[in-house]
Design a protein around this ligand. Structure first.
Ligand code: ADP
Ligand code: MG
Ligand code: MG
Length: 530
């Protein structure tokens, strides 16, 4: 059926109390049976070494309607995005200028500055591992401004610790199960198998990590998962371990920065990264690491002490392949996303035939396909030409053009710093007073982004564990699509091997500006193509 015949306002279909309760029992039981889980919160924020209980992840009862054509577009442009971010990560001059601590954002953002300085120091000596590996997630919202056709617009591109790949696959399976078990009580003609797209994130993401292991090329080496202390989202990480072991015979070792401070070491002559383990766990007392996969390290909070930065830099110095390298983490900065909207930037990375060869460039049409997904963005520190920093204004004690423009358009804007993990942005009416309070020298660390106008008349039933009655909440919602991909790149050819992998949907109630599943504002969802 064509998307024009789908009425977003009619979603979700009405259910009787009995239907709703039955569907909820089916959904939560399936989630608990299939590892669609979280570790329960604790008062201390710590988790026991040996876990003994779990709760189901927050979920929706119905999949989120999404135009098939726009979903296809998101998947199609993922390939270009994989290549784009790989090439940004290999462009040291660009990253120094945009994110560095001498000229770029790192000058005013201490976290970014620390990462950049550590990376620069290692570069000056010479990095031993030319290969880099990225697991990516490009996030989109539906954009529905008055009198314009529905489109998808990119919220952000994530290059570190992208999560919910595994749990998302399970929510897609859950919704397919609900369809099989109940046919959703025949409440909508759109609820049929062919409109539920496949989602094989676990296989796809594990295949990527296995490619990195293969490129490292040492039999018996293992993949290191660097994880957070007190992590509750372990059931989104473990399935990757099981898949790597079962399908690829690759063993995983999980450690926190805290643990690695004592266990990680480099071979002085080869820079091989080894992690010490008890002899009764591994007879040699240590394991060689092929790939360092970060599910931590993306926010200042992850680096509690200078020792944690030292550990990050030790891992970076090693000849293990990093997912991501510091360069690739910096490439994922929101400032980079803004710079990519400036004229000629996509052409620089995707259209330069002299640099990338005839087969390494995209057609102008393909580049436009990608550019179509951008919202308007600018740096708070820019001059009126929108390309250069407004140094004169700062010297004269005036506000830069970028700040003035943000004041004027405040109600249709979000301001973002160089942070990940949710809860860092400033929205709409909060923008002017925030601009008043922001020290002028910190403006360089912030970007302004036009708000994406999602259709607001659609809803869903949201189910959270631990709510008193366990009853689902019917709410008006906004759904964010994410497309996963990976890229393995670097080395002498600078070639990029990449794949588009699968997808996720997170659905938040429409009154909240942000939607972080981990931070409790939203639920995991899946797709109904319409
Ligand atoms: P983070 O890296 O912390 O996840 P995001 O850029 O994804 O930062 O912003 C967090 C959330 O804020 C998004 O998931 C989305 O719900 C909302 N958001 C971000 N940018 C926009 C935008 N341009 N328009 C509408 N909502 C946005
Ligand atoms: Mg986000
Ligand atoms: Mg992010």
């Amino acid at each position: 059926m064509a998307s024009t015949t789908f009425d977003f306002a009619s979603w979700p279909p009405a259910l009787s109390d009995t239907q709703l309760e039955t569907l909820t029992v089916y959904a939560t039981s399936y989630a608990l049976s299939h590892g669609l889980l979280y570790l329960p919160p604790t008062a201390s924020g710590r988790q026991p070494t040996v876990p003994s209980s779990a709760i189901h992840a927050p979920i929706s009862l119905f999949p989120a309607p999404f135009p098939r054509k726009l979903f296809d577009q998101g998947r199609r442009i993922q390939k270009a995005y994989n290549i784009l971010y790989a090439r940004i990560a290999m462009d040291e001059e660009f990253l120094d200028r945009i994110m560095g601590a001498e000229e770029g954002v790192g000058k005013v953002d201490d976290f970014i500055g620390q990462l950049w300085r550590g990376w620069k120091k290692l570069r000056d000596v010479g990095l031993v591992q030319p290969l880099q590996f990225g697991l990516f997630r490009s996030d989109y919202l539906l954009h529905a401004p008055a009198n314009e056709p529905l489109s998808i617009k990119q919220v952000e591109f994530n290059t570190i610790s992208v999560s919910f790949g595994c749990l998302s696959q399970k929510v897609a399976e859950l919704h397919r199960y609900l369809l099989s078990a109940t046919n959703y009580y025949e409440t909508s003609p759109f609820l049929k198998r062919e409109n539920f797209p496949a989602n094989d994130n676990i296989t796809g993401l594990a295949n990527g990590l296995a490619e990195a292991q293969k490129a490292y090329g040492v039999p018996g080496s293992q993949i290191l998962f660097v994880v957070q202390t007190g992590e509750r989202n372990v059931f989104d990480q473990r399935p990757l371990e099981y898949e790597l072991l079962e399908k690829h015979s690759i063993h995983i070792i999980r450690q926190t920065f805290d643990e690695l401070a004592h266990t990680a070491s480099l071979d002085p002559s080869t820079s091989v990264l080894r992690v010490a383990v008890p002899k009764d766990i591994h007879p040699s007392g240590q394991v060689e690491i092929s790939t360092v996969y970060y599910r931590a390290g993306y926010m200042p909070y992850d680096y509690a002490t200078p020792a944690d930065y030292a550990t990050r830099f030790l891992l970076e110095e090693s000849c293990a392949i990093k997912c991501p390298s510091i360069a690739l983490q910096l490439a994922g900065g929101k400032k980079v996303q803004e710079v990519l909207t400036q004229p000629g930037m996509l052409e620089r990375f995707l259209g330069d035939e002299a640099k990338y060869g005839k087969d390494g460039v995209l057609s102008q049409e393909e580049i436009e396909d990608l550019r179509k997904s951008f919202m308007g963005m600018w740096g708070l520190d820019v001059a009126e030409d929108m390309l250069t920093p407004d140094v004169d204004a700062v010297k004269a004690g005036r506000e830069e053009f970028g700040v003035r423009k943000a004041r004027e358009a405040a109600l249709s804007l979000v301001l973002k710093p160089q942070r990940e993990g949710g809860g860092n942005n400033v929205y709409k009416e909060a923008v002017p007073s925030f601009l008043d309070s922001l020290p002028p020298q910190e403006r360089q660390a912030w970007i302004a982004m036009e708000l994406i106008k999602s259709p607001e008349d659609t809803g869903n039933y949201l189910v959270r564990a631990g709510t008193e009655s366990q009853a689902p909440v019917k709410a008006e919602v906004i759904s964010e699509l994410g497309i996963f991909g990976w890229a393995l790149f670097g080395g002498s050819t600078k070639e990029v091997k990449e794949e588009e992998v699968g997808w996720l949907v997170r659905t938040k109630s429409k009154d909240s500006n942000e939607g972080g599943v981990a931070t409790g504002f939203s639920v995991l969802d899946s797709l109904l193509l319409v």
